[in-house]
Ligand binder design. Structure first.
Ligand code: BJW
Length: 246
């Protein structure tokens, strides 16, 4: 482990929120055991049956709004506040637990449950309330064009310009609680490694992306990540952050 890493990028997936009581996607009791991906998470599904897709995400929103951050989310805040390097969070999660934990520099590449986007004018509506085919866009006034701001299969990811920059300038890449099967997020480790980053994986088990990580830390992220963060902070050298590197 380097003493002070230039920039730290933390990629998170559903596993980091598991200890907050939220279901992962592909686990044995995963979110997608009770519904078909093709019915809720594709552009075609939304075009075919927007009422069904809205209802699915309105229900999910009610679950996610109640959830509280766990020690893994809080460890990231501690790292951001106590480590002399830029620490960015690139999350595939649509929950808002990173924000609830006080994390800064959070990039939601797969969207956010508390947002809807107007397909007519691009306006982003922030709401924890229900959105449906009757919802009127507060900016352009058109009805029935709001879509949950969730990135479906076949859609482009969000914030990618910024994320590419972060991966190009990253000294330590940490992946937490993602199975590494969904692209392009699954390729971020490869890009970071190619650019010279050390790469760490925190997961309960071996993933299909295993090959690209220098180190694997197996176990619940709510335990393993705080311990790792404490170690990083303890071993830091108190040099000022290079403003050019962020
Ligand atoms: C713990 C734990 C604990 C548990 N502690 N760990 C290249 C090759 C092949 C295919 C493609 C490719 N490039 C693009 C594609 C197509 C597609 C894709 O990847 N398909 C694959 C599935 C084959 N990708 C896309 O379409 C993406 N768009 C795109 O690439 O645009 C450009 C393009 C457009 C058109 C054509 C071609 C290219 C968009 C992907 C959008 C993903 N959206 C979803 C659904 C959102 C809906 C919803 O929220 O309901 O986002 S998919 C779903 O999976 C969700 C997640 O963010 C994502 C990742 O899942 P995650 O987080 O990894 O969860 P799990 O459940 O899989 O894993 C949990 C892990 O945690 C496990 O490993 C556990 O062990 C672990 N864990 N408890 C630590 N306590």
């Amino acid at each position: 482990m380097q003493k002070n890493c230039k920039n730290i990028v933390i990629l998170t997936g559903a596993g980091i929120s598991a200890e907050s009581g939220l279901a992962t996607f592909r686990g044995s009791d995963g979110l997608w055991n009770n519904c078909r991906i093709e019915d809720v998470a594709t552009v075609e599904a939304f075009q075919r049956n927007p009422e069904y897709v809205h209802a699915f995400y309105n229900d999910l929103k009610k679950e996610l709004v109640k959830a509280k951050p766990n020690p893994a989310h809080l460890a990231i805040t501690r790292l951001q506040e106590n480590y002399p390097a830029a620490v960015s969070v690139v999350t595939q999660n649509v929950d808002t637990l990173h924000e609830k934990a006080g994390n800064k520099n959070v990039y939601h590449i797969h969207g956010q449950i508390n947002q809807a986007v107007c397909l007519n004018c691009g306006h982003i509506l922030e709401t924890f309330g229900d959105v449906d085919t009757q919802t009127v866009c507060p900016l352009c006034g058109v009805q029935g064009m709001m879509k949950p701001n969730i990135v479906f299969f076949g859609e482009n990811l969000l914030c990618m310009n910024r994320v590419e920059h972060l991966l190009d300038n990253c000294g330590l890449f940490i992946s937490v609680g993602t199975s590494g099967v969904v692209f392009p997020a699954a390729s971020f480790v490869q890009i970071a490694k190619y650019n010279g980053a050390e790469t760490y994986e925190f997961n309960m088990e071996k993933t299909s992306n295993n090959f690209y990580f220098d180190r694997h830390i197996y176990g619940p992220a709510g335990t393993t990540l705080p311990a790792f963060v404490d170690e990083l902070i303890k071993n830091r050298e108190d040099s000022p952050q290079d403003p050019e590197s962020a």
